[in-house]
Ligand binder design. Structure first.
Ligand code: NAD
Length: 362
């Protein structure tokens, strides 16, 4: 049966990198018989400009009726003066909560070809392969009450609420343990249980869920130490489980271990494995329109989609191998460039990956 993908390029470099992932998809269709159709819709600032809202009803409808969603990125300085309720990022948060995409998988893998691109010493990062699970629909990004007000002293104050119910913690913890079972049977839960009651509950519930998975070695770490350890000795981690805000920050930190944020894909899944796939980076306004953005994170997000939503490991591996082959041939976008390699733009990198994919058929 033909599957359908909702394609949401978004803002900034979003359309540039999504175009390259679509070229890869077209190659899978023409060369490997993949049966997938796509339909595009607006999200973020582009949607606000055209429709007055960052998350139009037709985008939600298309996303609901599709089997999966591919997103570029949203946001940019143009929309920063807008009220929070219509900022581009609300489109993304709206999608996550409307589709109940509560678990975000963020692999951080250092490809051997890019050891030089990491700012850390090769012996610290070589062979790095971490999976960060970030809770995506709860916590401080969604908690109520939130807002800004004038306090009793006539001063401006801002406030947000960090809140998790035990069922929200339980469902992501289960997925964390299951993913750990498929890897090295080690799960490290990150919290700030020494200071925040909400994350004290997080730790308590993770320990309870852990009793269902006696084969998985569970450990706990405070988030400040986790940030330090990620830079000091990242290979001590395998699967890391954490809340929305801590996961947001730690996964960007892990991204840099791999050389560039432009390399890292992500999957946001619901209870049934339906997902939205996107690079972990943002819309990169500083390089938008220059043709130099790295499309690999988006292309690897497509590979994750094939694996997690379409159970098509064979085509996922083909795409991942094509990326490695383009890197082996020396192609590098500016963010991962090092002396002795060949600096290319977004389109040339996409072309090199498609060419490698085609060659793999022969
Ligand atoms: P960013 O991830 O857009 O950029 C951070 C740095 O990484 C920039 O120097 C950028 O040039 C570089 N970079 C990012 N992606 C790259 C790529 N593919 N290739 C090469 N270099 C790349 O983060 P930011 O600058 O903090 O945010 C910019 C905008 O993106 C903001 O409006 C923010 O709200 C939004 N944002 C959106 C998402 C999302 O759509 N999921 C995530 C994060 C930030």
């Amino acid at each position: 049966m033909t599957k359908k993908i909702a394609v949401l390029p978004g803002d900034g470099i979003g359309p540039e990198i999504v175009a390259e992932a679509l070229k890869v998809l077209d190659c899978l269709k023409s060369e490997f018989g993949l049966r997938i159709e796509t339909e595009q819709a607006l999200i973020g600032g582009a949607a606000y400009d055209a429709k007055g809202t960052p998350f139009p009803a037709e985008t939600l409808a298309l996303s609901k009726e599709s089997d999966s969603i591919l997103l570029g990125a949203v946001g940019g300085p143009k929309w920063e003066p807008l009220d929070y309720s219509v900022r581009p990022e609300r489109g993304l948060l709206g999608m996550r909560s409307e589709l109940d995409l509560f678990v975000n998988l963020r692999p951080a893998i250092l490809y051997p070809q890019l050891e030089d691109a990491s700012t850390l010493k090769p012996e610290v990062v070589s062979g790095l392969d971490i999976m960060i699970l970030r809770e995506l629909t709860g916590g401080i990004y969604f908690g109520q009450p939130r807002g800004r007000r004038i306090n009793g002293n006539g001063e401006r104050e801002g406030f947000n609420t960090l809140i998790y119910s035990e069922s929200e913690i339980r469902r992501i913890a289960r997925i964390g343990f299951q993913i750990a079972q498929k890897r090295s049977n080690r799960l490290c839960s990150v919290d700030k249980a020494n200071v925040l009651e909400c994350t004290e509950l997080w730790r308590e519930v993770v320990i309870e869920v852990g009793k269902e998975y006696p084969d998985v070695a569970l450990s706990h770490i405070y988030v400040d130490n986790a940030a330090m350890q990620l830079v000091r000795n990242p290979k001590q981690f395998d699967v890391m489980l954490t809340d929305n805000m801590f996961g947001d920050i730690l996964s960007d930190c892990a991204a840099m271990l791999t050389g560039s944020i432009g390399m890292l894909p992500s999957a946001s899944l619901d209870q049934n494995g339906k997902g939205m796939y996107e690079p972990i980076h943002g819309s990169a306004p500083d390089i938008t329109g220059k043709g130099i953005a790295n499309p690999i994170a988006t292309i690897l997000s497509l590979a994750m989609m094939l694996r997690y939503s379409f159970d098509d490991g064979a085509n996922a591996v083909r795409v991942e191998k094509a990326v490695l082959s383009a890197l082996d041939s020396g192609f590098r976008t500016a963010d991962i460039y090092s002396a002795g390699t060949r600096r290319v733009g977004t389109v040339e990198m996409g072309d090199a990956i498609v060419a490698a994919l085609r060659t793999s058929r022969q």
